[in-house]
Design a protein around this ligand. Structure first.
Ligand SMILES: Nc1ncnc2c1ncn2[C@@H]1O[C@H](COP(=O)(O)OP(=O)(O)OP(=O)(O)O)[C@@H](O)[C@H]1O
Length: 312
């Protein structure tokens, strides 16, 4: 029978964890940030980023030389919550290629359901999802799932864990060696502007800070597919701009799918846009062309979105 342990201890030292992994988890709790990220080497995807202080530098392409551009292909997807209900998402065919993609739609359009499905967190009732040609819902899908970073819309962290501990735990879950994990954790914290909160308990963070921590958790594994569900919701204007800067500075080899209600955010950082309506894709194409063709005299992204929905 399992002994009861404090939650943080349970999270960091899961009782069923094999001994070798337990050893990997141990330094995590002693993690100390000694050196700023920009003086470290090998920080990969996060290299060159600065936090939402808007000092972000564009990533050098060579920093991601080991990664190949990734594409996601959805085929015959049907996602239904209850038998007999209309599918929350129904997509005959959709291919997303590397670079930032905006996912927009009204409340209930199916954005979160689609992102959960792409994250490998919700198996569709029908159809297939492939990432780089590999089936996401295959029985042996661990290597595929490990290439994905997902920031869900609803975020909860154990209140008694510190910011660094949360990210170290994510690194551990992803099998990132502890030496690399330290640099990755520091880099992710710096990228989202939480350096001065690194040692703080997550229960003491504001809602916006928790969202930034969730973004850091999605970034820390240096994913090839980054899924962000409403990443700018609840952030102040400066932080929103910071998140946009992070997304536009990610290497173009990474496929980033970002959902948002704020068309301005989507239009300013994405090269392509997917409009979802009642679970179906009603537009998929270049963002600038979308705004140019449908944005009315003011070339407004908001207008383009509303006219597309109205015409469907
Ligand atoms: N857990 C659930 N059980 C039953 N139905 C659900 C569940 N989650 C979502 N739905 C339904 O699926 C549809 C799509 O919901 P989803 O949350 O994916 O939309 P969304 O576009 O992300 O909406 P929002 O912009 O409000 O977050 C909606 O009709 C919703 O009521």
């Amino acid at each position: 029978m399992l002994r009861r342990q404090p939650l943080a201890r349970q999270v960091l030292q899961g009782p069923e964890r094999p001994r070798r992994q337990r050893r990997l988890g141990r330094p995590v709790r002693r993690l100390v940030l000694r050196q700023p990220l920009h003086r470290r080497e090998g920080s990969g995807l996060l290299q060159g980023l600065r936090g939402p202080g808007l000092e972000s530098r564009r990533l050098q392409p060579q920093s991601l030389g080991h990664l190949q551009p990734v594409s996601v292909v959805l085929s015959g997807i049907q996602c239904t919550y209850r038998i007999g209900d209309r599918p929350a998402v129904s997509i005959e065919s959709l291919e997303l290629t590397a670079g930032p993609v905006g996912l927009v739609g009204v409340n209930g359009a199916g954005k979160s359901t689609l992102l959960r499905t792409l994250a490998g967190a919700r198996r569709p009732q029908a159809g297939s999802v492939t990432l780089g040609g590999e089936e996401l819902y295959h029985r042996h899908r661990r290597t595929v799932v490990q290439q994905i970073g997902y920031m869900p819309q609803e975020i909860q962290f154990p209140a008694e864990l510190r910011v660094t501990q949360v990210l170290a735990y994510v690194c551990w879950l992803r099998g990132i060696p502890s030496r690399t994990a330290k640099a990755r954790t520091a880099g992710a914290i710096e990228a989202v502007g939480l350096t001065d909160r690194a040692g703080q308990l997550t229960g003491q963070l504001s809602g916006g800070m928790r969202r930034r921590l969730a973004l850091a958790a999605a970034l820390v594994s240096e994913p090839r597919l980054l899924l962000l569900d409403e990443p700018t919701t609840g952030l102040d204007p400066e932080q929103r701009a910071g998140v946009r800067a992070i997304i536009s500075n990610l290497d173009q080899e990474c496929l980033t799918v970002m959902s948002s209600h704020v068309m301005e955010d989507v239009a300013s950082v994405t090269a392509r846009i997917v409009v979802l309506h009642e679970g179906s894709v009603i537009y998929h194409g270049d963002t600038p062309a979308f705004v140019e063709e449908r944005g009315g005299p003011g070339r407004s992204a908001e207008h383009a979105f509303l006219s597309t929905i109205a015409g469907s």
